[in-house]
Design a protein around this ligand. Structure first.
Ligand code: NFS
Length: 647
């Protein structure tokens, strides 16, 4: 490790400059601001004004008598509600956009993927025969919006889970009704003096998380695909080296594709390109940060400039004319940082303003015009650029794996299924599957856990799916490029070569973790690997979680039956009761469990042990690293060499 908490050489280069110029970043602030040792463990209660009560040492109860178990459970449930709100509000916004498009409003948007619209309509029981796409879209948007305010019944997509899973949820009383209802109920239950039983609080946390995973997030993914296209493999470059010396560099940062899609369109507008040239630039170069970066990467091949901890570093290059942000994961520090450079920080959402930033509200009714106005502001800023220092560091990556594409690649349009994947797992060519997802966290070395885990999984014949900042954190080091083949286990390599996919599949942004739910459900129902997600030899890992959204995601994977491991530290470590409820307790109730383990090596050990245990339980042959590798491209190349030599 370097003196900086990152394994990324591009980040190191920028952090050296920041140190020389006395510029503060999240990396330096993480050294200066120590985490509160009480809040960090979940032992601080600040939900009423007799406190805050800090339940440490001899203090075992707060003024109201709440013990540390109730306090830690309440804190955790509120994190789930916060995370579920963020992703689900994003889903709601997309449903609103679809509604506008269906009504012929929403300038610049259209229904791009009619096949996906029909598939979603089928999930929702909406008729499609003889109807226009606008008529169908109107019903789909209306049904999607009903998921938020529904008071009784269930969110529409509950029926997409396996029958067994639906039964488990029903029996436990955690079938999510409406997104808003579950979130509000969490806030009510965790208000002072309401639900004081940790087990009962945590059970509702499961329900709230399900409203996110199988509700708001899944709708966000589906409607995003309808409006902007379902992703298919696409290749480009990644890291700060994608910024261009001679072009207007615009970074879109945040989450909702409604904004970034229009910025993509505006940046390709010939008039604006000519305008950029009139200012002395050779063109307009768009790059992404965080999940909005993943959205436009997946659908347009726009290069990501980095993940969460790169947002400040991009500005320090001095080469960014504008950073355009909407909602989520946007550091307040960007505003004061940008004052040191010519970069304009432009906020666009009425929900998210930052003191010191320029606010240009993105108006969806005239979306394209709004986007053009924002891009023009960036171009106007190009002549103000001073010294630049773009690190010449980038890597190639392949992204764009929707679950539809995964299905298609395993047999084409007519015979697409998950059979080949399931068979490969049954035979032991593929040992199991791992999802590596989530954020960067300035408290731990940037990308270290993500990189090492993905690398080791692949070497051990574990197929990996990645999303969010973990996807970016893998791609920056070539793990999503052909370079990875040499380090891939023999069995996994054979399968991937036969099917024509890499061993690390980029499934998109964090709302697209819902794509993983769909993939896992499809694997479970395909046959040969049990009946439900908790039967699969699979794990979910969030090595560097940073925010509440990650907690909500982890929780809905557990509620869906997955073994989930988080890095960093446990936000409930103050309570052995809560820790046990989330592990043994949840495992007995829903088949999945949530553990926190700061050391990535231990995460790896536990993951592989879990995968092997599930293989054994399914009665599959034990994984043997040397059993396969006698076919495939690598062997063919060797064979061809021998043939050539013998001539
Ligand atoms: Ni996910 Fe996306 Fe990144 Fe973490 Fe933030 S961008 S929604 S929360 S930091 S992965």
């Amino acid at each position: 490790m370097t003196e900086f908490k990152t394994i990324d050489p591009a980040a190191v280069e920028m952090l050296k400059i920041a140190a020389e110029e006395n510029i503060s970043t999240a990396f330096s602030r993480a050294e200066e601001v120590k985490p509160c040792p009480i809040g960090e463990t979940g032992a601080c209660c600040k939900i009423c004004f007799m406190g805050p009560c800090r339940l440490v040492g001899k203090t075992t109860r707060g003024v109201c008598g709440a013990d540390v178990h109730t306090v830690a459970a309440r804190n955790f449930a509120r994190m789930v509600a916060g995370g579920a709100s963020a992703h689900s509000d994003h889903g709601r916004d997309l449903a609103m956009t679809l509604l506008h498009v269906a009504k012929g409003e929403g300038q610049g948007y259209r229904i791009r993927d009619v096949a996906k619209l029909h598939a979603v309509a089928r999930y929702m029981g909406i008729p499609t025969d003889g109807r226009t796409k606008e008529e169908i879209a109107l019903d789909v948007a209306t049904e999607a919006l009903a998921n938020f305010g529904r008071q009784t019944g269930q969110v529409t997509y509950v029926t997409r889970a396996t029958k067994k899973r639906q039964e488990i949820w029903k029996k436990l009383g955690i079938v999510p009704r409406g997104v808003d209802r579950e979130v509000v109920e969490t806030l009510h239950r965790t208000h002072e003096g309401v639900d004081l039983d940790p087990e009962n609080i945590l059970r509702h946390a499961l329900r709230t998380s399900l409203a996110d995973g199988w509700g708001g997030s899944m709708l966000a993914t589906d409607i995003g695909d309808i409006l902007f296209g379902t992703p298919a493999p696409i290749s480009t470059e990644i890291n700060l080296g994608v910024l261009k010396e001679d072009q207007v560099n615009i970074i879109v940062h945040g989450h909702e594709p409604t904004l970034s899609e229009m910025i993509v369109a505006a940046a390709q507008d010939p008039e604006l390109i000519a305008y950029a040239k009139s200012k002395g630039a050779k063109g307009i170069n768009l790059a992404g940060i965080c999940c909005t970066g993943n959205e436009i990467l997946m659908r347009h091949g726009i290069s990501p400039a980095g993940n969460f901890l790169h947002q400040e570093l991009a500005i320090i290059t001095g080469a960014v004319e504008a950073m355009i942000v909407d909602v989520q994961c946007i550091m307040q520090a960007l505003a004061s940082l940008a004052e040191n450079y010519h970069t304009k920080l432009i906020t666009t959402s009425p929900k998210a303003k930052i003191p010191g930033a320029t606010h240009i509200e993105f108006d969806e009714s005239r979306a394209l015009d709004s986007a053009k106005e924002i891009v023009r502001t960036a171009i106007d800023n190009y002549p103000n650029r001073g010294k630049t220092r773009i690190p010449p560091i980038k890597n190639r990556l392949v992204a764009g794996f929707s679950h539809e594409y995964l299905n298609y690649m395993q047999g084409g349009i007519y015979r697409g299924s998950f059979r080949p994947l399931n068979d490969a797992i049954v035979q032991g060519r593929i040992r199991g599957a791992a999802g590596v997802v989530g954020c960067n966290n300035a408290r731990v070395p940037q990308d270290e856990g993500i990189y090492n885990l993905v690398k080791e999984f692949v070497a051990n014949d574990v197929l990996v799916v990645v999303t969010g900042c973990a996807a970016t954190g893998s791609a920056k080091y070539g793990l999503l490029s052909p370079e990875i083949w040499a380090a891939t286990g023999k069995g996994l390599r054979e399968v991937c070569e036969a099917v024509g996919v890499p061993p690390v599949l980029h499934l998109g942004s964090c709302v697209d973790n819902s794509r993983i739910l769909t993939v896992l459900t499809q694997m479970a129902t395909e046959g040969g690997l049990g009946e439900d997600i908790d039967d699969l030899p699979a794990v979910g890992i969030c090595p560097e979680y940073m925010c509440e959204k990650a907690i909500a995601i982890g929780t809905y994977f557990v509620a869906s039956g997955a073994y989930v491991l988080f890095g960093v530290h446990s936000p409930v470590s103050a309570s052995d009761v809560v820790t046990r409820l989330m592990t043994e307790g949840w495992e007995s109730q829903v088949g999945g469990k949530l553990e926190f383990e700061p050391d990535w090596r231990k995460i790896l050990e536990k993951s592989l042990a879990h995968i092997d245990k599930k293989r054994e339980k399914l009665g599959l042959v034990p994984w043997d690293p040397n059993r396969f590798g006698k076919s495939g491209d690598a062997v063919m190349m060797e064979y061809l060499k021998t043939v050539a030599a013998s001539k």
